[in-house]
Design a protein around this ligand. Sequence first.
Ligand SMILES: Cc1ncc(COP(=O)(O)O)c(C=O)c1O
Length: 388
Amino acid sequence: MTAMIPYGRQDISEVDIQAVVDVLRSDYLTQGPAVPAFEKSVAEYCGTQHAVAVNSATSALHIACLALGAGKGDVVWTSPNTFVASANCGLYCGARVDFVDIDPHTYNMSAQALEKKLFEAKQQGALPKIVIPVHFAGQSCEMYKIKVLADQYNFKIVEDASHAIGGRYLGEPIGNCRYSDITIFSFHPVKIITTGEGGIALTNDTELANRLALLRSHGITRDSEQMTHQTDGAWYYQQIGLGYNYRMTDLQAALGTSQMERLDEFVLRRQAIAKYYDEMLSNLPITLPWQHPNSYSAYHLYPIQLKDHLNRRKVFDELRAAGIGVNVHYIPVHTQPYYRKLGFEIGDFPIAEDYYVNTISLPIFPALTKDEQNMVVCLLKQFLEKTH
Ligand SMILES: Cc1ncc(COP(=O)(O)O)c(C=O)c1O
């Protein structure tokens, strides 16, 4: 039996392996020089002033919300078409979470729906403190429009760019925080680059960067300028807030820095794979992932939509049985039992729900070969004909 072709997977080179081995042989497995080196490499790539590396994008989202002051009585809005972590971060802080339905073409939070919801929320005195647009599949949201609304309605923006490192919006790198307060990336192995587990928060605001760094490590500082009184000596540190242990290790950071060397190559490869799917699948009764002209996607995912959900189930099962590790992104967050208990109902965000019932994510990752892609295309055609 041949191995399953997954929907996504990491690409690890001998150079990556050596970078991790070098750390293993060094003095620091954590809290050493590899973490700031990785932060510098991501910040420079994106053109952002500060970067705070952490142990996951989930942690990055949590401390981003805390750093922006989310707490009890506040509201955080995100997209329903995302992984649960984009919404959970608001709940961790004691805030309430709500959603904004998606655009039917990009599957990203709709700027139009956001505008309408903000208008209504203002009437009710229930404006959000933070909005978290998610760059689904690697394609940027319409950040220019969202930033105009942020200025008008006075909310903060955290870009959940977990899928999107290496992508661009209006010709500039996603992550530069031109339209947001904080941007976060994920380095889980299925993402564009990996550190095993890992995430990062980027910002151009020095005060926010300090808060993020404190929250990452117990609320502890060794910087005498941040202390309440003169240091007792070289050993001294102070806990000046309540933080966590969300640190990234040097092993992870070294892998990340090494992966950054191939980031552009990875995204070009993903773009080429997407283009080939676009060509090969163009005449089938499916909707291909439409690209906004302002976007250069990192193509974390290649989601297609079938014409009806009965076919989706059949085609999905047949592809899986044939060794194609297709997946589904995403079950709308508000339909999860935990969120249903908070009061959300089926039908609350109909566009995300309609999209969900028909979607399948096809394999896309740098090492996917032409032969494997042809096999995916051929099987998909065959199964679509059968179910028609
Ligand atoms: C959109 C989005 N946000 C957040 C996360 C959480 O990332 P991590 O696994 O690094 O915590 C994911 C992970 O899949 C994601 O897809």
